[in-house]
Design a protein around this ligand. Structure first.
Ligand SMILES: [Cu+2]
Length: 301
């Protein structure tokens, strides 16, 4: 009935959801039944004269008290779940999740970075949510958690996974053309494997140009094999002649290293004609080594 459940929040959230849904379905059935039943029973052909009803104290108490109990119970269920979700355990490990158009980046206390989230099973994890551009929303359905990632606001959430496996991470706030490609995974691993991954046998090997394009979310807008997505394809890009808009004027350029570099650092400077000027700058996102690795890889396509 419910999707994958893999955190300690799953059962209270599902319980509250089921409880509220059950009450709603019951009320819908009851009210619909009474409406139809009274319409037939008190139809005009059988009751040509209507009676003036002054009020009924017992009835009014009943239909005030029962709904009050029901909504208070709904509130109670929601409240105990909410209280647990906002009280982060002291021993939680901290991970910073950065949302940007259109990918996620996860940074651990020891400086390790990754485009997928790795967490140990049965340990609380505190996720600090940072946005470098627009509104995003961090959503892991299997953990029953979702929170907006707002530029300039310190949002966070926590969870404790209780099932080893790989689960979807979505962006649940429409954040632009590549929103639907803003996907990632959370890998819940045994504590030992997690520690090994976190230490990563020293520094993680630098990503290749091809891996960087995937890790930084470039592929959401730029295909490697020809079709135009949000932006032009990378296939055969190096040495291509391209019409671009520079400061409102159209000109033709040959795509060389300088052009590729400028397009990543100042995407709005020379925009290929026919594409919207929406690419976010990679200044501060890509290191010098990464820029070089990407340019070298683009040359080979
Ligand atoms: Cu987003």
């Amino acid at each position: 009935m419910f999707p994958d459940a893999a955190s300690t929040f799953a059962s209270p959230v599902d319980g509250a959801f089921l409880f509220i849904t059950a009450i709603c379905v019951f009320m819908l059935a009851l009210i619909t039944f009474l409406m139809v039943f009274f319409t037939i029973k008190y139809r005009r052909t059988r009751h040509p004269e209507s009676e003036n009803i002054e009020g009924n104290l017992l009835l009014e108490i009943v239909w005030t008290v029962i709904p009050t109990i029901l909504v208070t119970a709904m509130f109670y269920y929601g409240w105990i779940g909410y209280r647990e979700m906002v009280n982060v355990p002291e021993d939680a490990i901290t991970v910073q999740a950065t949302g940007r158009m259109w990918s996620w980046l996860f940074e651990y206390e020891n400086g390790r970075k990754s485009d997928t989230l790795h967490v140990p099973v049965n340990r609380p994890v505190w996720i600090k949510l940072v946005s470098v551009d627009v509104l995003h929303s961090f959503y892991v359905p299997a953990f029953r958690i979702k929170k907006d990632v707002v530029p300039g606001v310190d949002n966070s959430l926590w969870f404790q996974p209780d099932e080893i496996g790989s689960y979807d991470i979505f962006c649940a706030e429409y954040c632009g053309t590549g929103h639907s490609a803003m996907l990632s995974k959370v890998d819940v691993m045994p504590e030992k494997d997690f520690q090994a991954w976190l230490e990563g046998a020293g520094a993680p090997a630098p990503l290749s140009g091809k891996e960087l394009l995937k890790a930084k979310g470039c592929r959401g807008c730029h295909s490697l094999n020809g079709p135009s997505l949000v932006g032009p394809s990378f296939r055969g890009i190096f040495g291509r002649r391209e019409k671009v808009m520079t400061g409102g004027r159209e000109q033709e350029v040959v795509i060389d290293e300088a052009y590729l570099r400028r397009s990543m650092l100042e995407p709005a400077a020379d925009v290929v004609v026919g594409f919207p000027p929406i690419m976010p700058s990679q200044k501060g996102v890509l290191s010098e080594e990464e820029l070089v690795a990407i340019i070298e890889y683009l040359k080979t396509l």
